[in-house]
Write a protein that binds this ligand. Sequence first.
Ligand SMILES: [Zn+2]
Ligand SMILES: [Zn+2]
Length: 105
Amino acid sequence: MAKPFSYAFYHSAAWARARESALIRDNHLCQRCLKAGEITPATMVHHIQELTPDNINDPNITCGLDNLVSLCDRCHKITHGWARDGATRQGLAFDDNGNLICLNE
Ligand SMILES: [Zn+2]
Ligand SMILES: [Zn+2]
């Protein structure tokens, strides 16, 4: 299986730095839960404008803090619509690190 177009980016030092900056800004808390008054540790950083083959080389999109938000696993799946639809028939999806994940917990 071919690696997703974003695989190299998610393994870059630039992303590691941007991800850490977003987590620090968000106090390592899920921002979606926070809006609902819940305190949940963030487990990942999500791109608000999703990465595509067209914008993967645009640093403002890939690493701009305005495009990043810290989320917990559950909120991340809801944000992507995975929790509702399931990404594939097998219940699998690519997470924001380019890894294949199982959605059937
Ligand atoms: Zn959350
Ligand atoms: Zn995401």
